[in-house]
Ligand binder design. Structure first.
Ligand code: AMP
Ligand code: ZN
Length: 111
């Protein structure tokens, strides 16, 4: 998707601070961190919300969660972390390429 900022990051057209990459996902630092550690994990395939999941994408998302779990210590998240996926306008989704916020590195507030 040409005008998608995360597709542009995946394509290397916009710089990002990458912390993990493989053939189907990318993890990079959020440019406006809302916790001491704030990463974004994106599938390389462009789709916006879980409402667009098919069997292939559901399996991909499963592997993405599995990978986050595998990487938690490497990413400095061994004391715990929060995964957030904003979906649509009411949730404040600003980038319409599905992404998982990975928040940690400190005790996180919960209201
Ligand atoms: P959301 O509000 O859930 O759509 O989250 C979008 C996130 O993308 C926000 O936390 C932004 O700070 C982050 N973001 C936007 N542009 C960039 C960028 N170029 N590099 C890294 N993170 C970005
Ligand atoms: Zn995209």
């Amino acid at each position: 998707m040409e005008n998608c900022i995360f597709c542009n990051i995946i394509a290397g057209e916009i710089p990002s601070a990458k912390v993990y990459e493989d053939e189907e996902m990318l993890i990079f630092k959020d440019i406006e961190p809302k916790a001491k550690i704030h990463l974004l994990c994106v599938p390389k395939e462009h789709f916006s919300t879980v409402a667009e999941l098919n069997d292939t994408r559901a399996a991909l998302l499963g592997r993405i969660f599995q990978k986050i779990g595998t990487l938690k210590d490497t990413l400095g998240l061994s004391e715990g972390y929060r995964l957030v996926i904003n979906q649509g306008e009411n949730a404040g989704q600003t980038v319409h390429h599905l992404h998982i916020h990975i928040l940690g590195g400190e005790t996180l507030p919960w209201e």
